[in-house]
Design a binder for this molecule. Structure first.
Ligand code: F3S
Length: 396
């Protein structure tokens, strides 16, 4: 791979041991993927920071780098970490909470700006801007909605890229890496549930290749996020070319030579909805991917219109980034009716069973896919409005 003189000095150790190690890792991956050079990035997004996932070795690795003076070279955001709050009064052991906080503090020391899986709400990427992002929903948003360019990096690689401010020039950074291979036609989703389920099926139809999707033009961005988040759970593709949404969709359509054409109809979507037998203790969760302030305000308005006080102990968690600031008093008003606003956390990377929870009711297709596998709870998926109705005691 061609390296500039500065990059040669970085790799040889002139900028310290951590930078040299980071450069070697990024160059190695780039060479395997056929890159002939590195490119500078403007924003890195790191994932894989839950203590439940990375344990003591991950904690020591991150603390060691922070202790050696490693600092992010570009604007860097970080994925949410494990929930360290409580559910129905049950809490995680002190040891787990304190180790999770040590990971967060080491990342802050290196320059982490915010903990969220919606880094596009912190700093919206521009068309054709090069990024080094981990976290599939964020990568899919960046490429498919913003028209920026980022491969789907692994957590440690994105950390190294944040330290060197560079990534390898391959994949969707290049024009020919963005050409869709499968044509999928969908019916406009009516609500969040439809959007999630369409993403689920599209991901199943296109497990590796970038699809071109028609039928989503005019759908609100929040629903497109739900679609993309679950698509990313089912497919390893870093991008969906969305007709009428992806800035370069018409150029990409012209270049495409589709290997398959598929139609997703309402029957396909309805087949995925099934009643789970729910027993034991459960929690309602909205915010996978993280909610914007506007979404929280909309949900808060709906909940406060329907719920007065709460005596049955039910909890609804609204999950968002650490940067989101709610109007005064709103959080305490919501707490009184059982709604907790959790910032910087992710239910999927949290062992919810350790809080004695048995099930989750959510509107997120991504959570539907991952929660049983990683958080060890059962999941029922519902539309957002039905969740609020059920939480407030009405029929769905
Ligand atoms: Fe975000 Fe965790 Fe869902 S990272 S997209 S809340 S799985």
């Amino acid at each position: 791979m061609y390296l500039t003189r500065t990059e040669e000095r970085m790799i040889s150790g002139e900028y310290g041991e951590v930078i040299s190690k980071a450069m070697k890792a990024v160059v190695k991956v780039g060479e395997v993927l056929g890159a002939d050079r590195l490119i500078q990035v403007t924003h890195a997004h790191v994932s894989g920071v839950s203590y439940f996932n990375i344990g003591d070795p991950g904690l020591e690795f991150i603390e060691d780098m922070a202790g050696k003076g490693a600092r992010f070279a570009v604007f860097t955001t970080v994925n949410p970490y494990a929930i360290i709050g409580s559910a129905y009064g049950k809490e995680f052991p002190h040891d787990v909470v304190s180790k999770q906080l040590r990971i967060v503090n080491a990342l802050k020391k290196m320059g982490a700006n915010s903990f969220t899986c919606a880094p596009y709400y912190i700093r919206k990427p521009k068309v054709n801007e090069h990024l080094a992002w981990a976290e599939s929903n964020a990568v899919l948003y960046a490429n498919s909605i913003a028209g920026a360019r980022t491969n789907r990096e692994g957590g440690p690689l994105a950390l190294f890229e944040a330290l060197i401010g560079r990534t390898y020039y391959a994949g969707v950074h290049k024009d020919d890496g963005r050409i869709p291979k499968i044509y999928v036609s969908v019916k406009k989703p009516k609500n969040f549930l439809d959007a999630s389920l369409l993403g689920y099926i599209t991901g199943e139809y296109s497990p590796k290749e970038i699809p071109y999707v028609s039928g989503l033009n005019g759908v609100e961005e929040e629903k497109l996020r739900s679609f993309l988040a679950v698509f990313g759970a089912r497919s390893s593709a870093p991008m969906v070319v969305i007709e009428g949404v992806t800035p370069e969709y018409s150029e990409l359509l012209e270049k495409a030579d589709f290997m398959d054409r598929l139609v997703i109809d309402e029957d396909d979507v309805r087949k995925l909805i099934r009643d789970e037998a729910l027993y034991g203790r459960g929690v309602f969760i909205i915010g996978c991917p993280h909610l914007s302030l506007k979404e929280i305000m909309d949900i808060a308005g709906m909940v406060l219109r329907r719920c007065n006080t709460r005596s049955d102990g039910k909890e609804l968690w609204l999950i968002t980034g650490t940067n989101v600031v709610l109007p005064d008093e709103l959080e305490s008003k919501l707490e009184r009716v059982g709604v907790k606003v959790l910032k910087g956390m992710c239910p999927v990377v949290t062992r919810l069973d350790m809080l004695d929870l048995n099930y989750v009711i959510t509107d997120s297709g991504k959570a539907l896919f991952y929660l049983p596998r990683l958080a060890k709870v059962r999941v029922m998926i519902m539309d957002r409005k039905d969740i609020i109705r059920k939480f407030c005691g009405g029929a769905t």
